[in-house]
Write a protein that binds this ligand. Structure first.
Ligand SMILES: NC(=O)N[C@@H](CC(=O)O)C(=O)O
Ligand SMILES: [Zn+2]
Ligand SMILES: [Zn+2]
Length: 427
């Protein structure tokens, strides 16, 4: 439980940090940032020495799977939030593909009470768009919004019928919440386990086409324009989808989009065998899709990075891609992978990554956090960008070890994480 230990006038002084390339101290009073300056002296404060490491706002991830209730063998709220803290995340939005599905007041209250009791960071909860994440009636959106649903999504499944999506958007618009869409037209999947194309053909594995994603996205963008709802695209993966979002934005549609680290860093040309760690939904697409995702992120068409942290058991991720579960973990590797491949490589500056992984997600969903500013909650992450680190399965706090990035050499390991000025990770 995230207990608030702050008594009036409790003070923490983070010394010797590197904030946006400048040497800075940060004074935290009663859980809020009170001062950011070159050299702050405060004899009454507890001092944390950041030793010249990179200091950033705590990261914000709008797409994680914590599996509780229903699938605690894969992850729990306790293990998932501890893993998040280890990744430098201080705020996450948890997906509703649980058992029972939070598609009604009782099930939603159960999971939010558990989030409040077990989270060591700030966990916001999504509610389902429709009953059981299927195409049933939309009748609970108003009630679930009152109970604190951060937004609505059927993640794990696409909304198959236009009328269901239209009703969901109208209801979400009435309560001022977003629809977060896992876009996937089931009629175009044909049992695919990876991206359709030459690599799937060569491996003899059934492929699923990107049209399953982009065709449903085109439908949704038309409905989003008609309703005026905030429509957020989960795990965007194809070049056609990027182009559709770009056009919709030009037309004033209230659309935002997220991309996962794995879709930015991997593509199907890197699948050199039947490897279940390379199986996720949406699948790794073609190199041209990956290039379009990077270009879309750089030009602001894609607003943010979200991990789609999807832990599974070892049994569920061994054997053939034909049977393995879809999904890979990501919350503990996201920052170091993005830092290494985008900042260390010289493509963008750290401020840009701060926008992608903290500021923009918070802003898009209207929650506090995502910036280091006087008066804001002291949600802070500190990263070591100097020492190279090799990702191993044993180091994960998450129950899920299912990631293709094991063995990868990276920079940007988390040193410490603070939520409301309380240290939740690190020495
Ligand atoms: N991304 C995945 O491959 N899997 C997710 C579901 C989802 O995000 O659609 C999961 O819950 O395991
Ligand atoms: Zn999804
Ligand atoms: Zn997901």
């Amino acid at each position: 439980m995230l207990v608030t230990y702050w008594r009036t006038n409790m003070r923490l002084l983070i010394k010797n940090g590197l904030v946006e390339g400048q040497a800075r101290d940060i004074l935290v009073v009663d859980g809020k940032i009170a001062e950011i300056g070159k050299k702050i002296e405060d004899s009454g404060a507890n001092v944390y020495d950041a030793k010249g490491h990179l200091v950033m706002p705590g990261l914000v991830d709008v797409h994680v799977h914590f599996r509780e209730p229903g699938f605690e063998y894969k992850e729990t709220i306790a293990s998932g939030t501890a893993a998040s803290a280890r990744g430098g995340f201080t705020t996450v939005f948890a997906m509703p593909n649980l058992n029972p599905v939070p598609d009604n007041a009782e099930a939603f209250k159960f999971v939010t009470d558990k989030n409040a009791a077990d989270s060591i960071i700030k966990t916001y909860q999504y509610a389902a768009i429709s009953g059981g994440l299927t195409d049933e009636h939309i009748n609970e959106i108003e009630k679930l919004a009152t109970l604190g649903a951060v937004a609505f999504t059927n993640d794990g499944k696409g909304v198959q019928t236009a009328d269901t999506m239209l009703q969901a958007m109208q209801a979400a618009k009435r309560v001022g919440k977003a629809i977060v869409a896992h876009i996937e037209d089931d009629s175009l999947l044909h049992g695919g386990v990876m991206n359709a194309g030459p690599v799937a053909d060569k491996l003899g594995l059934p492929g699923m086409t990107g049209l399953s994603e982009s065709s449903q996205l085109a439908r949704d963008l038309v409905l989003a324009q008609a309703t005026g709802v905030h429509y957020h695209v989960a795990h965007i993966s194809t070049k056609e989808s990027v182009e559709l979002v770009r056009i919709a934005k030009e037309h004033g549609v209230h659309v935002t989009a997220e991309v996962s680290p794995h879709h930015l860093l991997l593509d199907d040309s890197m699948i050199d065998g039947d490897n279940p760690m390379m199986k996720m939904n949406p699948p790794l697409r073609a190199p041209a899709d990956r290039q379009a995702l990077i270009a879309g992120l750089l030009d602001g068409t894609i607003d943010m990075i979200a991990t789609d942290h999807a832990p599974h058991s070892a049994e569920e991720k061994t054997g053939s891609m034909l049977e393995a579960a879809f999904g890979i973990t990501g919350i503990e590797t996201a920052f170091e992978l993005i830092y290494t491949h985008f900042v260390k490589s010289g493509l963008v500056d750290i401020q840009t990554v701060t926008q992608w992984m903290a500021t923009n997600p918070a802003k898009a969903f209207g929650i506090k956090g995502g910036e280091l500013k006087v008066g804001t909650p002291a949600d802070i992450a500190i990263f070591d960008t100097e020492n190279e680190h090799t990702i191993t399965a044993d180091e994960f706090v998450s129950k899920g070890k299912n990631t293709p990035f094991i063995g990868e050499k990276v920079y940007g390991t988390t040193v410490a994480t603070f939520v409301d000025g309380q240290q939740v990770y690190g020495e």
